[in-house]
Design a protein around this ligand. Structure first.
Ligand code: SF4
Ligand code: SF4
Length: 67
């Protein structure tokens, strides 16, 4: 399936501070970091993610992780 060949990170629910509007979303060119509501745990849409890992660097709480 499209997207699954990439190494998609994930949001670690234990580390994520669930910022009001996750600021890292703006840094994802693929709009793969999804947060529908403020104060909702964001998640990464693996079909859209291209594995650039920019978001991993951008989260100030290191809540976006790669396994
Ligand atoms: S991923 Fe990082 S920046 Fe985004 S809501 Fe979680 S802690 Fe905040
Ligand atoms: S790895 Fe890149 S494409 Fe995937 S969610 Fe993070 S910034 Fe977006």
């Amino acid at each position: 399936m499209i997207g699954h060949n990439y190494r998609a990170p994930r949001v670690d629910a234990d580390k994520c501070k669930v910022c009001q509007r996750c600021p890292v979303r703006r840094t994802c060119k693929m709009k793969a970091l999804v947060q529908f509501e403020a104060h909702e745990l964001p998640y990464i849409d693996r079909e859209l993610c291209r594995g650039c890992l920019v978001c991993v660097e951008e989260c100030p709480f290191r809540a976006i992780v790669v396994e």
